[in-house]
Structure formats: structure tokens, C-alpha cells
Design a protein around this ligand. Structure first.
Ligand SMILES: [Fe+2]
Length: 79
């Protein structure tokens, strides 16, 4: 299933690249755009962990929690 939100975020990134000349302003815009993606992923994996806990699916929760921590680490790096 295609993720329409992610597709829109990528399209927004492309607009930045098309409209802003290379340099520090574009760099800041791309970092901010990447963080939007990370925040969306954090919400998605956080929800999966919560749902998995409610359902008692410990293997799934463990896997999604590991991915959630990776997303948080990437967000921190971008900050
Ligand atoms: Fe990510």
C-alpha cells in the first residue's frame, strides 16, 4: 500500500530542491524536511508498539521498538 503522506513529504522535498539554489538555506530546508519524515515514522512506529502491547504481540513490539529507537536517534542527529 502506497503511503500518501510520505509521498507528499518527498514531493515537498523536491520542491525545495527545485526552488532554492544550492547552499546553506537549501541545506537547512532539507534537514527540516528530513525531520518531518522522521517524526512521521516515530508516530507510526510508536503506534505500532502501543497496539502490539495491547494485543500481546511481544515479538512485533520488540522489532518495532528497535526501529522506533533508530528513528529517534536519526531525529536527534538531525537536530
Ligand atoms: Fe527514518
Amino acid at each position: 500500500m502506497k503511503c500518501m503522506v510520505m509521498e507528499d513529504l518527498i514531493e515537498e522535498d523536491q520542491e525545495l530542491i527545485d526552488e532554492i539554489e544550492k547552499g546553506s538555506v537549501l541545506d537547512v530546508g532539507l534537514v527540516a524536511a528530513a525531520q518531518k519524515v522522521e517524526h512521521y515514522e516515530i508516530a507510526a512506529y510508536g503506534n505500532l508498539c502501543a497496539i502490539g502491547k495491547q494485543l500481546g504481540v511481544s515479538d512485533g513490539v520488540k522489532l518495532h521498538n528497535a526501529t522506533l529507537e533508530e528513528e529517534k536517534a536519526t531525529d536527534a542527529t538531525l537536530s
